[in-house]
Design a protein around this ligand. Sequence first.
Ligand code: MIC
Ligand code: SF4
Length: 641
Amino acid sequence: MNVSQKIIKEHLVTGSMVCGNEIGLCIDQTLTQDATGTMAYLQFEAMKIPKVRTKLSVSYVDHNTLQSGFENADDHKYLQSIAKKYGIIFSPAGNGICHQLHLERFGIPGQTLIGSDSHTPTAGGLGMLAFGAGGLDVACAMAGEPFYIIMPKIVKVTLNGKLKPWVSAKDIILELLRRLSVKGGRGKIFEFSGPGIKTLSVPERATITNMGTELGATTSLFPSDEITLKFFKQQKRQKNYRKLEADKNAGYEDEIVIDLGSLEPLIALPHSPDNVKKVSAVSKTKVQQAAIGSCTNSSLSDMLLVSKVLKNKKVHPDVSLVVSPGSRQVTVTLAKTGALADIISGGARILECACGPCIGMGQAPPSNSVSVRTFNRNFEGRSGTRDAKVFLTSVETAIASAIKGEITDPRELGKKPQISIPAKLEVDEGLFMKPSKKPDTINIVRGPNIVPLPDFEALKDSISGPVLLKVPDNITTDHILPAGSKILPFRSNLPKISEFTFSGVDKNFVKRAKDAVSGFIVGGENYGQGSSREHAALAPRYLGIKAVIAKSFARIHLANLINFGILPLTFQDPGDYDSLKLEDTIEINGLVNSVKNKNVIVLSVLSQHSLQIHVEHNLTQRQKEILLAGGLLNWIKNNKK
Ligand code: MIC
Ligand code: SF4
């Protein structure tokens, strides 16, 4: 067996390990972050379970740390009290970015993890089988329920050779994005293998598994080997190490081979992580901002590289360089070794260990500017500046560009400095908060921004309404429900946040939806790619969206639509996408029977002489029941009765 099969087999609760089958997995660990966590815990509370039933659950605060009003601070207090009461470890704001911290302190090879954040597969860097999921799925896992996925194809990614100086792990994943696109990983696990993996440390491996999410992959992982053991020793938690490698001659559904020695520094151009070119192809482009950090590139070795390159140099006067280390451990080590001083003297602006600019929480770049970022997403407008052009690169390319003031191939900097990581790091768990030993004494703190979810009705037999929006391929959840400092504070307040639905795509969408009361969205391929935010399903549901009719869906968003009772329908003939127009009136009758017993549903387009369009749903039995109940929370309530 390969590594993925070994972990799946150990955790299989329902279904069989045959590609395309729905499988239920027992989940060992969960993580949440504050932007999705508040909603996840509101849902967990509704399940009335006294204590989480996982081996470990951690609640991180790392997204909404700007606190320009009371909302985020209120959310943090709510999360802290929930964690204390329900047996969850709490990581307050300032500790660092969830994925970096989970890697450092909690991840365990061979275990399963789901997180209410799409980059949870970062933990695949140390041999965990880790998935991003909607908050409700994470709440269910905390309640001891299995996590359901469609058994993916397992693709072997063989890395041969060794990276050349100034070429990095980020360039490996950018190369995969260049070859496969943001749709290329759908329904797949990428399992890394080959002699080249022995040249990559755990943080480098984690940069790759982190951005496997941008491929649309179900997850990505590396084996757990002597390199992993070294990482565990540095983190002083050798007891958590377990060797886990693929059997000799293990089978895979497909294989991709990359010769590391042939890679060059790469860069993703605006506005998609798969718009990848060689850095040399866009060099000399003037840069106004460089941002180093995020869950993709904020490890100690990333930061030490920044300090070495900046030593005795200054950032170009036209560039604002912002640096956010991934964790307190990283920052403390930088401080104690003096590396932080070199970063500061070099002209960097040091930010809190948090997501920060990656999710538009501050540091929006100037109008019409170029921002070079070591992050994982460069969707239009995500930085907070609609006309900014965000390029994604390695730390090497970002720091070279910050010094030169233009996009620069880091090989132009001459000899690459040596980075040495101390054998043992500054480990201090004192700022993680343990759950209470007397949970009954803990009261949940609810500020005015914590608004419970409304009840949603069961699926109706007939639905009708206008097409309220028609969008092209690869619509992201950032399009559906943007983030950023103005909107993120309302993640625990559905009525308020729904006002921003599709706000960057069509300013009139919300008004149209409210006027119509019930309606449809028409989408292209890969609808809902990107983040795991269930708000991108919840808000449309709240606004009366009954179905999304698309050419295809991204995995996490599809699960979220079903969880909140929105029908995800695909065109039987993708050509029918062209027939549907904005404001066409659609009607579907006999829906309950169709969902229960058929895969094909007929839409009547009343505004086009009752033109009939055939759409499919391909739902599993479990998903059908959830949709019929009007969503997963209703289904859970019905099944408890
Ligand atoms: C993101 O990178 O888009 C986020 C913010 O981390 C999201 C989660 C969210 O929307 O809160 C993700 O990737 O799932
Ligand atoms: Fe945070 Fe950005 Fe990572 Fe999302 S991608 S978890 S916003 S650092």
